[in-house]
Design a protein around this ligand. Structure first.
Ligand SMILES: [Zn+2]
Ligand SMILES: [Zn+2]
Ligand SMILES: [Zn+2]
Ligand SMILES: [Zn+2]
Length: 487
């Protein structure tokens, strides 16, 4: 490991001296904390880095409305500037190694901290407790009674379990214990993310000066706005959207572990690709094709699902109804694909999403991914009404007339608003029998689980017949005749 190269990275870009008491600013620059650090004094730093970059692809047709700008941070405490925890520890580690190298002329003294150059108390403390087995020690601490393990640690334990699985096949576990190797291990520990326990990737440093992989931090923010390590309140999700990476840490990662860093990037990309192989499924409500739907994304798992969707060429997801309440049955097999039209991000990471339903599908195989349902799906399309279907009885036009008459009856009767609402939300009745069957079904005052029976039917005429059957039942029911329409 090239210590000089590492030392060269750990310089303050303002005074050009080795960093002392480093603090990392929201622009990603790390400076000695005795400089005035707000705003960033570096002439090359443009505070906002231009407008926020939408998360979705530039070629995507989704209209992406970024969250409102975050509220300005409260001024950092002037008396005790917080130190960048990772960089501070790495400086201490390298200081100790340099010092060992300098005094290591046959005299195998223990590395007494008394001879250290003047460092901050935090640095001193770290160099006292250095041990070659830092990594296992740290892991044990975090898995037992760390401050973050008191509540809401489902996500953390999930991430750690999956990263532990990845580490088992990770070839980077040096077998021997040379001093060089021990340094590498300790450096690796300091450059590991405390959420996933793997090498930091795109490291983002919080105002409390803890650093996590950018993606890990987003997922933690999906659950709450607390730092996973120190439980300090963090600014909202929008503050970290497109947050600049910690430049010094990223350069260190690339300098110290170039191959491992590249592999991490490839592994993350592969994971995201795998996540896109299956169709994400939002379990929420009944939707028919050809209609707009506005949805509110607030659950952590669906926030993650939405972020992944937005990275697709055509951002879309499947929608199915939940399993019927009370019934022991499984989730329904049939649903509708929704294409995302626009996304309004809110400052806290929730979002309002406008969708358009495109086609029906059947789930052939299902699983879960990071808490949400995914499936292999088969598209369902109508087949033309051919003689082989053996259809008898009324034709489409006749069935549509029955439906229209029923709607007129509603309009003239007790609930004209029902039909008006249908017009307002879903437009005038479509001429196309296929679209018409869904349009009418929307207004019928019957159970959604009953309406969902339209989804698997591959013939507009058969769907219209089912709709007319419902209308006949409604017409014959005494309660409906008495004017009790529930929608
Ligand atoms: Zn400086
Ligand atoms: Zn800056
Ligand atoms: Zn991580
Ligand atoms: Zn923190």
């Amino acid at each position: 490991m090239d210590l000089k190269a590492l030392g060269a990275v750990l310089r303050c870009p303002l005074c050009n001296c080795p960093l002392r008491s480093p603090t990392t600013l929201t622009c990603g620059h790390t400076l000695c904390s005795h400089h005035q650090t707000a705003p960033c004094p570096l002439p090359q730093c443009t505070p906002q880095n231009g407008p926020p970059r939408p998360r979705n692809r530039p070629t995507s047709r989704v209209q992406y409305l970024p969250p409102p700008p975050p509220a300005p941070l409260p001024p950092a405490s002037v008396d005790v500037p917080k130190l960048d925890v990772s960089i501070n520890k790495i400086i201490a580690l390298l200081d100790r190694v340099f010092q060992d190298n300098d005094t290591d002329s046959g005299d195998d003294d223990d590395d007494d901290a008394g001879a250290s150059p003047p460092l901050s108390p935090a640095v001193r403390q770290r160099s006292d407790s250095a041990s070659p087995s830092v990594r296992p020690r740290k892991r044990q601490r975090l898995l037992s009674t760390g401050p973050e393990s008191d509540d809401d640690n489902d996500l953390l334990s999930h991430l750690r379990a999956s990263s532990a699985r990845q580490r088992e096949i990770d070839p980077h576990s040096p077998p021997d214990n040379s001093p060089e190797d021990s340094l590498e291990k300790e450096l690796l520990t300091e450059l590991s993310c405390e959420i996933c326990f793997m090498l930091l990737y795109s490291p983002v440093t919080t105002p409390c000066q803890h650093t996590f992989c950018g993606k890990c931090l987003y997922r933690s923010l999906d659950h709450n706005n607390l730092c996973p390590l120190c439980r300090d309140a963090l600014p909202g999700f929008s503050f970290f959207e497109d947050h600049p990476v910690n430049q010094i840490l990223e350069t260190l990662l690339v300098t110290a572990f170039p191959e491992m860093y590249t592999e991490r990037g490839e592994a993350i990309a592969a994971e995201e690709r795998d996540a896109r192989l299956d169709t994400p499924i939002f379990v929420c409500m009944l939707i028919f094709p050809g209609h707009p739907t506005a949805l509110h994304f607030f659950e952590p798992r669906y926030r993650l699902m939405l972020r992944r969707c937005l990275e697709q060429e055509v951002p879309s997801f499947g929608m199915i109804m939940p399993a019927r309440p009370g019934a022991a049955g499984a989730q329904p097999d049939y649903g509708t694909m929704l294409e995302i039209r626009s996304v309004q991000m809110l400052a806290d990471g929730r979002s309002m999403v406008e969708t358009w339903s495109t086609f029906r599908f059947r789930i052939l195989e299902r699983g879960t991914l990071d808490g949400y349902t995914v499936g292999r799906i088969e598209r369902i399309d109508d087949v033309p009404d051919s003689p082989t279907l053996g259809l008898t009885g009324p034709f489409n036009e006749e069935l549509m007339e029955i439906c229209t008459a029923f709607l007129l009856q509603l309009r003239r009767g007790t609930a004209p608003w029902v039909v008006q609402r249908l017009h307002n939300v879903h437009g005038p009745p479509p001429d196309d029998p296929a679209a018409f069957s869904y349009w009418v079904a929307l207004v019928l005052p019957i159970d959604d689980y009953e309406k969902a029976k339209l989804l698997p039917i591959r013939s507009a005429r058969l769907r219209l017949r089912l709709v007319v059957h419902w209308i006949e039942q409604l017409n014959s029911n005494w309660w409906f005749a008495s004017g009790c329409v529930v929608v």
